[in-house]
Design a protein around this ligand. Structure first.
Ligand SMILES: [Zn+2]
Length: 158
């Protein structure tokens, strides 16, 4: 049996915060505002997997008003979600995703993101695709006020 899931996320970009995307620290004067490390791609991925399992969403699993999640590494969330997936007898078939960020260019970081995410998902990096797009100067992404990510996953019953 196959299950498909969709996730999306957005974080405001502010000064004085780190920018972590796909578990990789990005060199940037603006960082993502949020309760955890605000990793927009990992949050979208968590929601995609939870969605495929019909387990609601990341906000339900990790309430942002809980102190223990403050500045938490989002990979902790993803590891937990992968545990839920395995408990239900599923494994990753593949992931596709897009990160929307005006600056800087993410291309130099993509392979490191894919490798780190694949490790947590217990799959091959070839099953994890990450695309990067700018906002072409329009909307909140283009105006450098936000970073967004979309992810889809396919799961298979082992
Ligand atoms: Zn988020």
């Amino acid at each position: 049996m196959f299950r498909i899931g969709l996730g999306s996320d957005i974080h405001r970009l502010v000064e004085g915060r780190p920018l972590v995307i796909g578990g990789v620290r990005i060199e940037s004067e603006l960082g993502a505002e949020g309760h955890s490390d605000a990793d927009v791609l990992v949050h979208a991925l968590c929601d995609a997997i939870l969605g495929a399992l019909s387990l609601r969403d990341i906000g339900k699993q990790f309430p942002s008003d809980e102190e223990r999640w403050r500045n938490a590494e989002s990979f902790i969330f993803l590891k937990y979600v992968v545990g839920l997936m395995k408990d239900k007898g599923f494994e990753i078939v593949n992931v596709d995703s897009t990160v929307h960020l005006e600056k800087p260019k993410l291309r130099p970081y993509i392979d490191e993101m894919r490798a780190g995410i694949a490790e947590v998902l217990e799959t091959d990096p070839n099953n994890v695709n990450v695309k990067a797009k700018t906002g072409e100067g329009v909307d909140a992404v283009g105006e450098r006020r936000a970073v967004r990510a979309d992810a889809v996953v396919m799961l298979a019953k082992v």
